[in-house]
Design a protein around this ligand. Structure first.
Ligand code: HEC
Length: 721
């Protein structure tokens, strides 16, 4: 399961982004007329020698003027050598400028910086270039995602975790499966290619990864239908497919694409190809310029339950693994599987961080990885051999990892063999896509951690279970377990050499952002409750905080411009928790369309000390007089609401977390508005704002949904959430 979900969004132009600094009042930075003028201005700028970003640039640790790649440099450490902002002066840190993004919803992406320009992707995959000195919008490119998905069934989400830069181009991918290149200076489309067919129940939320003249992308959708994961690398200049690596084997009768697939097929049983097998690579790509390898973090099984997927057992390669590939050919080099024969959604799509670690007196070219399964892995990346692995959160599916075999030692019963079991961690993982950072000075990893368990029950699963595209499923029932901890999340500092926790800060709300660490021994992290906090990297002491007025899920970045260290972050609670696919976000009051989503930049001479935002707002369910809920219809509606993934945006149990309207409080499901409900839900009238249409939904299903929504509204205490 890809829990980096959010929803909503739009590209309509009725609200243009507006920039604010202390000195100027908000102004409309880009209206239809201004587009031309802005592009003329950019063109003038571009006439200066065009820089070609190459691998040496992206690998260059010493370059602090830019932030060229997802994890800053090719090693993905999110460590900056900058020290200008430090514990002595951090009290002066304030907002220099902010850009309002009125049509955006959840924001989860890492902005990139090259030559004083900030580039980022927002809701519905809209790309923007902003002058990092002033916050002024330079250009905007809208890939028209709504037009692409209109009239189609669509799985998944409307957010993206990032973009990539290479040569003179920017690369981004869309919800509907396109990968495209824009001219960095012009914002004009250079090429666009489709990475999967619209009929497939897949989506892309990940950042493409550019290296060696290629751009790599995978996809998500393991739970949306039968799916077989793969990654594809395209030529950065032309968009032509260079190579493709399948993550799990297909039907042996069709022949294998590679020796690696032939090897992998020996670890599967039954007719796995009928289920797809899974392994989708929706996140977690790292390029190693020192060892000439690309590492792919692979996804969980499709379906989750191995009894159904591969009934006679087996490790099921390359699920839940780090796979090293040749960056030029896509050929397999080695793999390390974190969860052999996975059955709990323990994908290994989390970030892969490279560092030289001194272990037992020797410097090791190490790879660090903290996947969902709760173990922190240190791997020798020359060979793929496991060096060490210890649990960084509550784990009960395995007792430990055996260093001699490199395999986890599973606890009896963990595979819910007896039909029902409480398992730590839950399918949300002990760590999700929120990036960890590594500070070579402190030798510590700063790891956003989740603390939840799940009750798995497969007593009622039909042995003939089959996934249906766009209905999908997991072939096991699960629900959130009762958790002994009083806090659902934490930030912890982890010593990867000694494999132990150094400090930990409990958090009352989970889904805080990825982290940034600097040479002045600071760690920055955005919080679900809207605070951007800086900690002392050595001991976790809070040294500064700023209330942005809206939850933060996107990781902060830093760079130095005109002699000033800046920190930028996208503000707008986003992802699965924000969509409330599990309870929690409704307590925060980040209502859809109420709070301003923003790109915010801080500096020591910033003059804005407060960001205005409306207060927390909670849904007030509408009670429809005279509406008699039919429990049979409502029960059918509940099933449809789950199968059609309405819950992925409108929230579990019809309680929204802010990524889409709370349907209990919406007038659209009321009887007198039924016509509008049909327009929105079946005809896709609001697809431009991130509400997909469901062209095949029947009148009966519409009625069942309305009964389910009314039931939820009537069950809620009036005026509360
Ligand atoms: C990918 C996310 C997503 C999914 C999935 C989704 N919605 Fe929506 N929905 C939205 C967003 C965003 C809006 C608000 C659009 C706008 O601003 O006009 C919305 C609006 C609506 C509205 C109008 C609410 C109002 O008061 O304006 C209804 C009704 C609705 N959705 C029902 C459903 C139903 C029923 C399903 C499942 C069959 C569903 N949605 C699935 C994102 C989603």
């Amino acid at each position: 399961m890809q829990t980096g979900i959010n929803s909503g969004g739009t590209m309509v132009t009725q609200h243009a982004p507006t920039v604010s600094t202390k000195r100027n009042q908000p102004f409309s930075a880009l209206s239809g007329i201004c587009t031309l003028l802005c592009l003329v201005a950019v063109a003038t700028h571009a006439s200066a020698a065009t820089r070609l970003i190459d691998d040496a640039d992206i690998a260059n640790q010493a370059n602090t003027a830019d932030w060229l790649a997802y994890g800053r440099t090719h090693n993905e450490q999110r460590f900056s050598p900058l020290k200008d902002i430090n514990q002595g002066n951090i009290g002066q840190l304030a907002v220099s400028w902010f850009l309002d993004l009125p049509n955006d919803v959840g924001l989860v992406s890492t902005p990139l910086v090259a030559d004083g320009i900030l580039y980022f992707t927002g809701t519905m995959n809209i790309i923007r270039a902003v002058d990092a000195r002033s916050g002024k919008l330079l250009w905007e490119y809208d890939p028209q995602v709504a037009r692409a998905v209109a009239g189609h069934k669509k799985a998944g989400w409307v957010h993206s975790r990032g973009i990539s830069l290479y040569g003179d181009k920017l690369f981004a991918a869309t919800w509907d499966g396109r990968l495209f290149a824009l001219g960095l200076k012009t914002g004009k489309l250079v090429w666009s290619t489709r990475t999967y067919d619209m009929s497939e129940a897949l989506y892309i939320t990940g950042a493409p990864k550019a290296f060696k003249g290629k751009v790599l992308i995978g996809n998500g959708g393991t739970e949306s239908g039968p799916s077989r994961g793969y990654v594809s690398a395209y030529d950065a200049d032309t968009g032509k497919l260079a190579w493709r690596f399948h993550i799990v084997p297909g039907n042996p009768a069709d022949g294998f694409e590679s020796a690696a697939m032939e090897m992998a097929a020996k670890t599967w049983t039954g007719k796995w190809w009928e289920h797809g097998g899974g392994g989708n690579a929706w996140h977690g790509f790292t390029f190693d310029d020192e060892l000439n390898a690309v590492y792919i973090g692979t996804g969980n099984g499709s379906p989750w339950n191995r009894k159904i997927r591969s009934p006679d057992g087996g490790d099921n390669l390359f699920l839940c693994a780090v796979v090293a590939l040749d960056p030029d050919t896509g050929e397999y080099k080695w793999h390390y599987q974190t969860t052999p024969g996975e059955t709990w959604d323990y994908n290994s799509n989390m970030d892969i961080v490279l560092a030289d670690l001194k272990i037992d007196g020797k410097v090791v070219k190490a790879l660090m990885h903290a996947p969902k399964n709760g173990f922190f892995y240190v791997i020798d990346r020359r060979t793929g051999k496991l060096i060490s692995a210890e649990p960084f959160a509550d784990v009960n599916w395995a007792t430990h990892v055996d260093l001699a075999t490199g395999r986890p030692v599973e606890r009896a019963g963990a595979r819910y063999e007896d039909g029902e079991e409480n398992i730590f961690p839950s399918p949300f993982g002990a760590h999700s896509w929120h990036a960890m950072s590594y500070n070579p000075q402190t030798g510590l990893v700063y790891l956003p951690t989740l603390h939840t368990s799940a009750d798995f029950v497969d007593k009622s699963v039909d042995p003939d279970w089959k996934a249906v595209a766009f209905v999908g499923g997991t072939a096991v029932d699960w629900s959130q377990g009762k958790d002994p901890r009083t806090y659902p999340g934490s930030l912890q500092a982890w010593d990867p050499v000694n494999q132990k926790q150094i400090w930990s800060i409990p958090q009352q709300h989970s889904w805080a952002s990825g982290t940034l660490t600097t040479a002045s021994n600071l760690v920055f992290q955005g919080q679900a409750d809207g605070w951007l906090i800086a900690y002392d990297a050595t001991n976790g002491k809070e040294v500064w905080k700023f209330d942005t007025g809206l939850g933060i899920s996107a990781p902060p970045i830093t760079y130095k411009l005109d002699g000033k260290q800046m920190i930028s972050v996208l503000v707008g609670y986003g992802g699965g928790m924000a969509s409330r696919i599990t309870p929690g976000a409704e307590d925060l009051g980040w209502a859809y369309g109420v709070h301003k989503r923003r790109l915010v930049t801080f500096a020591l001479d910033g003059e804005i000390n407060k960001l205005e935002q409306p207060p927390a707002q909670f849904a007030e369910p509408i009670l429809e007089a005279g509406f008699d809920v039919d429990p049979v219809l409502a029960a059918q509606g509940e099933v449809i609401y789950g199968e059609q993934a309405c819950s992925a945006c409108h929230g579990l149990g019809v309680i929204a977390g802010g990524m889409a309207p709370d349907l209990r409080a919406s007038a659209m499901p009321l009887s007198e508005m039924e016509r509008f409900f049909v327009n929105i839900v079946r005809d896709g009238e609001r697809v431009g704002r991130g509400m997909p249409g469901y062209p095949e939904i029947t009148n009966h299903q519409i009625e069942a949904l309305r009964h389910y929504i009314r039931q939820a509204a009537h069950a809620s205490p009036e005026g509360s959430n």
